[in-house]
Write a protein of this length. Sequence first.
Length: 158
Amino acid sequence: MNLSPLARRAAARVLVVLTLLAGVVVGSAASPAAAVGCYGATCTGKDPQANGCAADAVTVEEFTYYYTRVELRKSAACHAAWTRASNPAGTPPTSCNDMWVATRGYDANDVLKGSQIQQTVCGQGSTWTAMRSYFEWVRGCVIRVWYDQPPVACTARH
């Protein structure tokens, strides 16, 4: 097929435009929200890292308990929350023997619906609880002595 120079330029322009449009469509399909593995109640009990929820996480509230920085974290893409505990360099390795962190879920009447609990790391490092749905009220807490004891310090309800 023999095309005139004008027709070849027009065909090349159309091809460039189609290529650019294809890139926009493919790029928009790979949004961060599409990459997460759960949403809301389906996140309860799941790991925020493994489900892609930590990628957009923000700290809602934090406090320090002895050496440990305790953060209530939230993901908008997953609509879920979890508690992260971090120990700085120089934290004694015995710091984990009797300390746990929990993400506790509450109903509107402040009745406990459930907890995701994780023992803190020994010495320097971080750990986190499994997630709770952010459709319920949540708090990040520290529990001492044993995981089934009442918390000794918590964030406010969020």
